[in-house]
Design a protein around this ligand. Structure first.
Ligand code: PEP
Ligand code: MN
Length: 430
């Protein structure tokens, strides 16, 4: 399901052959290290922050966009580390998040019908016949741009950008005049004090505070692309998808007898799967069995995306079923995709309050059902966009006209994203 129809099969095969010979984007060691961290999160010892664009665009592979996104994720994780009093695993929804599932195969505007835009890895968003033709050369471009994104991200992190001693590196221009500035600065100062205290006790700098891990993830949608990156590794058994640390299966392609589950059950990477309100118990338990056949900790991540209005009705029975069957899984809440709505003028948006309400309900429902919410999955950007309504600046429908840039789903802007982290810890403090 959800695969493009390429006009020229030979050109596709040629592109895939070239792709499968290129170096991987991640290594099996990193994949194993993420699995260990996810197992710790499952055991309640960590929290997972997964976030980034709904759809990366090729044009967004630019230094400012990458650093700003990294900054906001680092700021959020600092707030979460401090507020939840525990380590946070950061997983970017980037360096490969280029393919998008679509509800319809075609799009009609003013009486003209064209094939749907399926993400920059397939075709272009412009509403012209030529732009919408799937182009296999885009597979190679996606690989190259993912590699550049990762190279820059790794360079920044290894060079000290993520050093907890220097949170000022992550300041975005707005921090000074934000309504949230005081709250954020209080946490930065508190962490600085703790660091100095511990390093005094330890008699010197503690290396662990100078660098952080950053993992990548994307929806494993375009199976030709994923397969071209699926490799064996010397001295390790099994297959690894080396295009990303953490692939996930989208809600539209999670059928038990579908190709995406069939592909993902064969790889060693931890695998996520999106769970919506239409899931039933047999389907969910079937996914657990297929995607984590050896019932290993850190292997399966269930990402529920119910919507604030539906989560209370659906989540408890799912938690109960998974626990009852003895399946190991990490639970994440995606509070974005169940809360999408259209404005009166037909713009896709989400309300900050719905997003926050779903996250808080997820924490509470897991707790009252003897489970634990292990993290959040968010669509956000480090840019000053106006795509979601509400937040501290109370963005209105009128504001959406100012800076709506997403080609697919509305993202939290940097300030809304940080506010969400601050709100989460103010209610969920352990
Ligand atoms: C997404 O994560 O962008 C997405 C399409 O989500 P879902 O599969 O949950 O609808
Ligand atoms: Mn999305």
């Amino acid at each position: 399901m959800q695969q493009p129809t390429y006009p020229n099969r030979a050109a596709l095969d040629d592109a895939l052959a070239r792709l499968s010979k290129l170096p991987p984007l991640v290594t099996s060691w990193e994949v194993e290290s993420l699995r260990e961290q996810l197992a710790e999160a499952e055991a309640g010892k960590r929290f997972v922050l997964q976030g980034g664009d709904c759809a990366e665009s090729f044009a967004d592979c630019a230094p400012d966009t990458i650093t700003n996104r990294l900054k906001v994720l680092l700021q959020m994780s600092l707030v979460l580390v401090h507020g939840l009093q525990g380590p946070v695993t950061r997983i970017g929804r980037f360096a490969g998040q280029y393919a998008k599932p679509r509800s319809a195969d075609t799009e009609t505007r003013n009486g003209v019908t064209l094939p749907a835009y399926r993400g920059d890895i397939v075709n272009a968003p412009d509403f012209t016949e030529a732009a919408r033709v799937p182009d296999p050369e885009r597979l190679l471009q996606a690989h190259a741009l993912s590699a550049m994104t990762m190279n820059f991200t790794r360079g920044l992190i290894d060079g000290g950008f993520a050093d907890l001693h220097h949170p000022e590196y992550w300041d975005l221009a707005w921090v000074k005049h934000s309504l949230l500035a005081a709250d954020y600065q209080k946490r930065v100062d508190a962490i600085g004090d703790s660091l100095r205290f511990m390093e005094t006790l330890a008699g010197g700098a503690i290396h662990e505070f100078s660098r952080v891990d950053f993992f990548t993830s994307h929806e494993a949608l375009l199976l030709d692309y994923e397969a071209a990156h699926t490799r064996t590794v010397p001295r390790k058994s099994g297959w690894y998808n080396l295009s990303t640390h953490f692939p996930w299966i989208g809600m539209r392609t999670a059928a038990l007898d579908g190709a995406h589950v069939e592909y993902c059950r064969g790889i060693r990477n931890p695998v996520g799967v999106k769970i919506g309100p239409s899931i039933d118990i047999d389907w969910l338990l079937g996914l657990c069995r297929a995607l984590n056949p050896d019932n290993e900790a850190g292997k399966l991540v269930l990402i529920h995306r119910m919507g604030a209005a539906k989560i209370t009705e659906h989540l408890p029975r799912l938690i109960e079923a998974v626990r009852g069957a003895g399946h190991k899984a990490l639970w994440l809440c995606d509070p974005m995709h169940g809360n999408t709505q259209s404005t009166s003028t037909g713009i896709k948006t989400r309300k900050f309050d719905d997003i926050l309400a779903e996250v808080n309900l997820a924490f509470d429902l897991h707790r009252t059902n003897g489970s634990r919410l292990g993290g959040v999955h968010l669509e956000l950007t480090g840019e000053d966009v106006t795509e979601c309504l509400g937040g501290a600046r109370d963005l209105t429908e009128k504001d959406l006209e100012r800076a709506y840039r997403s080609t697919v789903d509305p993202r939290l802007n940097y300030e809304q994203a940080l506010e969400l982290a601050l709100e989460i810890v103010s209610r969920q403090r352990r």
